[in-house]
Ligand binder design. Structure first.
Ligand code: 5GP
Ligand code: ZN
Length: 139
């Protein structure tokens, strides 16, 4: 439910202040304290789970519905030109706060840091690609 040493649980409980833009029974949405762009926000489920590996299916579905609603709303208000959803799981993937959160990142044409989220590409042989694809096939 609530984890004692979790900064996002403290924000949800009101012990630590935040700039809240949306709240309902299941979620609180706050501005990121160190925003990548103007309006960068975080969807926080109120029940503590560490990340995507732990989130209940129903909450996971509701996160995406809320992300869609807020993307439309934020785009209307902020006049951004595009939008990224970002969700990091485990340290190796850049997760620094271990309470699930979905980043809502408005993107603006010509912005200084328009290379955020840029990554380089690896090359795999056709055989490796086929092996990877075979190993990942699922129902
Ligand atoms: P992660 O790297 O885990 O995907 O993202 C964690 C995010 O939480 C970072 O973008 C960071 O700026 C934000 N953050 C960390 N501590 C606080 C805080 O106390 N308040 C708010 N509003 N955001 C925070
Ligand atoms: Zn928490």
């Amino acid at each position: 439910m609530r984890e004692d040493n979790c900064i996002f649980c403290k924000i949800i409980g009101g012990e630590i202040p935040s700039n809240t833009i949306y709240e309902d029974e299941e979620f609180k949405v706050i501005l990121d304290i160190s925003p990548a762009t103007r309006g960068h926000a975080l969807i926080l489920p109120k029940k503590h789970v560490a990340n995507l590996y732990e989130i209940p299916d129903e909450t996971a579905g509701n996160v995406l519905k809320l992300a869609k609603k807020l993307a439309i709303h934020m785009t209307n208000v902020l006049h951004c030109d595009g939008f990224n959803l970002l969700q990091n799981n485990n340290e190796v993937a850049g997760q620094t706060v271990f309470h699930f959160h979905m980043h809502l990142i408005p993107r603006y044409k010509g912005a200084k840091n328009d290379d955020i989220l840029y990554y380089t590409h690896e090359t795999f042989t056709p055989e490796e690609m086929s092996e990877i694809s075979e190993s990942l096939k699922t129902d």
